[in-house]
Write a protein that binds this ligand. Structure first.
Ligand code: PLP
Length: 489
């Protein structure tokens, strides 16, 4: 299957190119030429998760060997704590939670980043690339750690992560700063996530940097959710959750359901849109935002306007004003108009905003609804979910649960849970007990005692881990910092 850039100036022969390049040369995002249809949902019912994954991923990655892909999926998902890497928990008859946080770093990013190293190295080998691959990551907290775990000590790969020095939770920061592996680098940037993302995008588009790296036999690639290799493994759990509900007798095959997704860079929910395009019976995808509700306003008004105050919230992985993956959706709703998409993205860079037509808004309304939840509501929601269902959720999941309930329960609603509550312990503890505890580990112990939800071993291990990285730089120094890392032995 061919892949094309949303901005129209590049088409590549297959997914391997799209995954290895990460971002198209014209600055656009790679999208599949068409959406393969899955008309045989019954077939998926009897499969386990790795089989479902290999089947769906294989629909886009046609040039990958099927048996090898399945083997890689089995290996990737064996790193999860549960036998099922994406279990569905029932809260009540119409409200379900799809738990995506049982991977090595306790965030949903693990679902894609445990398999991406295989997709990338295998793709690069197929393209005859002998150079070392340097993965550049900008993270709002969870991607960084998940990418570091996925890529650590992988042959022929180095990874450099930039995180906003004051924009991530204590646990997230510690997880990254204690990262093991000989091929990893972790750097704090003074600024917010958008500053990190802009720095990485600049590195990618700078020809001089590319030339200097090439001299050292290094090529750049991305593990951010703009990479198609991140997106495609995420399509799988929408299908898998649906099949699980069918198997459990909760829905009949063909019955439409809603999914509510806590959204930041728009990667997770976009994967749901792809699932719908492939034929999964989804009625609405509900986009849930925190106080940085630029997406809520976009869906309501048809204008994307990033000129607004930036809030640091207790759901930091959603503290984003420029949702990169939205470009893929804009491209689809414009009727795949690459010129228009390019024009809008240029406008976004120049003025911080762009608008879509009334007709496009109508198209969007068929697939999407959007809402948001502010900080007070989020604290209240964590508590009320615990009181009502005895279920402990993290702040990102709470945002989605609140928005899901705001839209009522006419249809079965599956809320995506994207992180373990123990990654954001202080906020969760405060919500459930009213207690303020500064120390994240103490807070974890108190939370466990209060709720009986066990502390994951990853958090226990973190307490005694050694900090290896504590560098913090100005955003203008990102390129120098990368060159320095590459020059290290
Ligand atoms: C990354 C992340 C999100 C947002 O996902 P996007 O794909 O960026 O929309 C939500 N919650 C958590 C915990 C995350 O790590």
């Amino acid at each position: 299957m061919k892949f094309l850039s949303t901005r129209g100036k590049e088409t590549v022969d297959n997914a391997s190119y799209a995954i290895v390049e990460g971002l198209a040369a014209d600055g656009g995002l790679f999208v599949p030429q068409y959406f393969p249809k899955i008309n045989d949902l019954e077939k998926l019912l009897d499969m386990d998760y790795p089989e479902r994954a290999a089947y769906i991923i294989g629909k886009f990655l046609e040039e990958y060997d099927n048996a090898e892909l399945l083997k890689a999926c089995r290996t990737a998902y064996s790193a999860f704590q549960e036998a099922d890497p994406a279990p569905v928990v029932k809260l009540d008859d119409n409200l379900f939670v799809l738990e995506l946080f049982h991977g090595p770093t306790l965030a949903f990013k693990d679902v894609a980043l445990t398999i991406l190293p295989y997709l990338l190295r295998n793709g690069a080998d197929r393209l005859g690339i002998k150079d070392e691959i340097l993965i550049l990551v900008a993270t709002s907290g969870d991607t960084g750690k998940a990418a570091l775990e996925g890529f650590k000590d992988k042959d022929g790969i180095k990874i450099n992560v930039f995180y906003p020095s004051d924009g991530v939770s204590d646990m997230q920061k510690l997880q990254m700063r204690t990262q093991k592996g000989d091929n990893v680098n972790v750097v704090g940037v003074k600024g917010n996530f958008d500053d990190c993302q802009t720095a990485v995008k600049k590195l990618f588009s700078n020809k001089e940097t590319a030339r200097k790296l090439k001299e050292k036999n290094v090529v750049l690639s991305s593990a951010n959710s703009i990479n198609f290799g991140r997106l495609v493994p995420q399509v799988v759990y929408y299908f898998s959750a649906y099949c699980d509900l069918v198997s459990a007798g909760e829905i009949k095959i063909g019955e439409k359901v809603n999914f509510t997704v806590p959204t930041g860079n728009f990667g997770n929910i976009l994967a749901g849109y792809y699932a719908k395009q492939m034929g999964l019976p989804i009625d609405k995808l509900i986009c849930a935002s925190n106080s940085n509700n630029v997406l809520t306003e976009f869906f309501a008004s048809g204008t994307y306007d990033a000129n607004r105050e930036f809030f640091t919230t207790m759901s930091p992985s959603m503290d984003i004003l420029i949702s990169s993956n939205l470009e893929r959706l804009i491209f689809e709703i414009s009727g795949r108009d690459t010129l228009l998409t390019e024009k809008r993205m240029a406008e976004l860079i120049k003025t911080g905003k762009y608008g879509i037509s009334d007709n496009e808004r109508e198209v969007l309304g068929k697939d999407f609804m959007a809402g948001y939840c502010d900080e007070d509501e989020c604290l209240e929601e964590i508590n009320s979910i615990f009181e009502e269902y005895g279920y402990v959720c993290d702040p990102h999941t709470a945002v989605a649960l609140k928005v899901a309930q705001d839209f009522g329960k006419a249809k079965k609603n599956i809320v995506l849970s994207t992180a373990s509550p123990y990654k954001f312990t202080q906020s969760v503890l405060k919500s459930i007990t009213g207690k303020n505890e500064k120390d994240a580990f103490k807070a974890a112990e108190m939370l466990e005692e209060e709720t009986a939800a066990p502390i994951p071993t990853q958090i226990v291990d973190l307490k005694s881990a050694t900090v290896r990285f504590n560098k913090i730089i100005d955003k203008g120094d990102a390129t120098d910092s990368v060159m320095e890392f590459v020059s290290e032995k």
